[in-house]
Design a protein around this ligand. Structure first.
Ligand code: ZN
Length: 74
């Protein structure tokens, strides 16, 4: 299942990465459930890996219920 609902909207891996990064990634992996809860609202957190540029890979996290998000560059 590649499409998930975030803040009431259906997102793909690419559009989820765009919500986290603020711009479209070059590439994005599948959306998965992160093994953590949102620090703001306790909601379910999704994770997606994406490449903002050819030389970088980022793991992004996004709450399904509020606008909290985080990212870790590798
Ligand atoms: Zn939240």
């Amino acid at each position: 299942m590649s499409n998930r609902v975030v803040e009431g909207r259906m997102v793909t891996a690419e559009s989820l990465a765009e919500l986290i990064e603020g711009e479209s990634p070059m590439e994005a992996t599948e959306i998965e459930d992160a093994d953590r809860e949102c620090p703001d609202c306790g909601g379910n957190v999704l994770t997606v890996g994406y490449m903002p540029s050819v030389t970088s890979f980022v793991t992004g996290y996004k709450c399904q219920d509020c606008d909290w998000h985080d990212s870790e560059a590798e």
